[in-house]
Design a protein around this ligand. Structure first.
Ligand code: C2E
Ligand code: MG
Ligand code: MG
Ligand code: MG
Length: 280
């Protein structure tokens, strides 16, 4: 009986595995097609100067426009895009679309603000420099209005990362470290990275009322010693904002100000904020 049961469970697991594999293969095929047909959209989330309440930037966040299920969130397809290499054409599309949009906003007189684009560690190679250079050239966006958000994990390999960062920096773009504080970066090396800004991970903002902001304070103090700016991610309520202001956090982003919105809706929320800020 036991043997029979065992065999059944093997069968069960293997058909489950087969099902999963099939799902992944279908998803991969669908994603490949989406890349070809550019079935994506960028939503933009405002970034606010906390002392003036002005918009100083937006972060571009990708969504997959799926004909059946509606928008699919990046956390559901970026990992597969990374595994399959599709992240390269996707990032190219994101950079082109974001730079074009920002240029358009500037020409409309809506801005100037900077636009943040997430760069997967899989894309962080020599040829990223050429890609960014070409797109800036094609869209005619001034480099200082583009910010590349990289992940903290890259900091574990400074001899590889620093030269590429320096070349990117020499193009004139801004560089920030996303989800800062979660990635075990070597603090000793932080000063050698030519970065402009640390994006404090949303988990620290979430904890701010229970830990009295000790973690946020530590990151803000360190950033100020290194002369890099900070932006708090995931501000959801007034209490968190109050705490952050007390800690002299200069910039913030989160649902409290605005969810990420399609480009057509960004114009509508502008009046909510005093006035669009100048590039700092
Ligand atoms: P991220 O770069 O850290 O982006 C911030 C995420 O937090 C976004 O999720 C945003 O919608 C969400 N968020 C913003 N404010 C709040 C808040 O107040 N509360 C909460 N709970 N969440 C908030 P989203 O758009 O689902 O993106 C998730 C992640 O996917 C991003 O995290 C980024 O790592 C990645 N991603 C998004 N777009 C791209 C892209 O174009 N390329 C790459 N490589 N990755 C991307
Ligand atoms: Mg980001
Ligand atoms: Mg983040
Ligand atoms: Mg994240």
């Amino acid at each position: 009986v036991a043997k029979k049961k065992g065999m059944n469970s093997i069968q069960f697991y293997s058909s489950k595995m087969y099902e999963d594999m099939n799902k992944t293969m279908n998803l991969e095929r669908a994603l490949r097609q989406a890349v070809e047909e550019k079935d994506f959209i960028l939503h933009y989330q405002p970034q606010i100067d906390l002392s003036s309440n002005k918009i100083i930037g937006v972060e571009a966040l990708i969504r997959w426009k799926h004909p059946v299920t509606g928008n699919i969130s990046p956390s559901e397809f970026i990992p597969l895009a990374e595994e399959t290499g599709l992240i390269t054409p996707i990032t190219k599309w994101v950079l082109e679309t974001a730079c074009k949009q920002n240029k358009k906003w500037q020409e409309n007189g809506t801005l100037p603000i900077r636009i943040g684009v997430n760069i997967s560690p899989y894309l962080f190679r020599e040829d990223l420099i050429e890609m960014v250079k070409r797109i800036l050239n094609e869209t005619q966006l001034q480099p200082c209005y583009l910010e590349l958000e990289i992940t903290e994990s890259l900091m574990q390999d400074p001899t590889f990362t620093i030269p590429i960062l320096k070349e990117l920096k020499s193009l004139g773009v801004r560089l920030s470290i996303d989800d800062f504080g979660t990635g075990y970066s070597s603090l000793a090396y932080l000063r050698h990275f030519p970065i402009d800004s640390l994006k404090i991970d949303r988990s620290f903002i979430n904890d701010i009322q229970t830990d009295n902001g000790v973690m946020v304070k530590a990151i803000i103090d360190m950033a100020s010693h290194l002369s890099v700016s900070v932006i708090a991610e995931g501000i959801e309520n007034q209490e968190q904002l109050y705490f952050l202001s007390k800690l002299n956090c200069s910039e913030g982003q989160g649902y409290y100000f605005s969810r990420p919105l399609p480009s057509s809706e960004i114009n509508k929320i502008l009046p909510k904020f005093e006035k669009v800020g100048e590039q700092r």
